[in-house]
Design a protein around this ligand. Structure first.
Ligand code: ZN
Length: 296
């Protein structure tokens, strides 16, 4: 594995991990349900004697599903892998790649996730499943409403700058409870605890869509919950892009940040084309990445 350098810091990956401190690294990685990287170069990973790892048929790990290391991948290649995985998922052709004991040994000592996510905590949006990816592939920050809180931004800065993810999707989803609650359509308990702390992050999307609805009428605007979820995904992607670390990676061509929408009924992930202010389907984007068409 080659030595990598990050931005203008002049630090290699392991130097940076060392500088951050093992405790801090472990905390961030644990938060995102990823294996903690080690600063001991060459240490051997040992698979636990008994672990709940799904069986993968030898045929499943085909050459087509082998992927280059994240550090040698472009953002478009990373996005293509995700869209191909989601296509397999929606077509019932999942292969559950890289979920075997060999993968535990590969990733036990270090990790090189190629994709990072800001997604909802909703039980119906398991990121690795819907993109048909495996252990060590995805660095996932999940929180209700997929909101870019400082903790989530910090986690994703770590996943991209330090661990090298090349694509960052801000994924909202159909019928999101956090969005519906922020629209005032769910009655919270008398003591709502910390639930209201989610709302300020989502409120701008609620206000934007409410203003559109008022101006055009609900019949013209359509499903305002879906529109609010999509607007929120865009807002959170924009918030991520304001991180100086993430912005620098984007500027250097090492990262793309894209808002997306997950359909609970079809399992399909839809991408948002920022330039056109319109929604572009993942199929269209996949075709573009494969050189079959272009986003006009
Ligand atoms: Zn949700």
């Amino acid at each position: 594995m080659g030595r990598r350098f990050y931005g203008n810091l002049g630090l290699g990956r392991r130097d940076l991990i060392k500088a951050l401190g093992a405790a801090g690294v472990g905390f961030v990685a644990t938060t995102a349900c990823s294996s903690a990287p080690t600063n001991q170069a060459g240490s051997q990973a040992t698979a636990p004697a008994a672990s709940p790892v799904a069986a993968t048929s030898p045929a499943a790990d085909t050459a087509a599903l082998k992927r280059p290391d994240a550090e040698n991948m472009t953002p478009d290649q990373a996005l293509k892998l995700l869209l191909e995985g989601n296509k397999r998922f929606t077509e019932g052709k999942t292969v559950h790649p890289r979920q075997n004991r060999a993968r535990l040994a590969e990733t036990g000592a270090d990790q090189f996730p190629f994709a990072a996510f800001l997604s909802c905590a909703d039980s119906r949006v398991p990121v690795e499943e819907i993109f048909d990816q495996g252990i060590g592939d995805c660095f996932v920050a999940r929180v209700a409403g997929n909101i870019a809180t400082p903790e989530q931004v910090g986690s994703l800065e770590f996943g991209t700058l330090v661990l090298g993810s090349k694509i960052l999707l801000a994924v909202g989803h159909e019928r999101c409870g956090a969005i519906i609650a922020s629209m005032g359509r769910i009655t919270l308990p008398a003591d709502p605890g910390k639930i209201p702390t989610l709302v300020p992050y989502i409120k701008p999307a609620v206000d934007t869509v409410a203003a559109e609805t008022k101006a055009k009428g609900i019949a013209e605007v359509g499903n305002d919950v879906e529109l609010t979820v999509k607007q929120n995904a865009k807002n959170q992607a924009n918030a991520l892009a304001k991180s100086t670390i993430l912005a620098s990676l984007v500027k250097d061509g090492k990262l793309k940040i894209i808002p997306a929408y997950y359909d609970l009924d079809t399992g399909k992930v839809e991408l948002l084309n920022e330039q056109k202010q319109a929604w572009v389907t993942s199929d269209h984007y996949l075709a573009m990445l494969q050189g079959e068409t272009s986003v006009a």
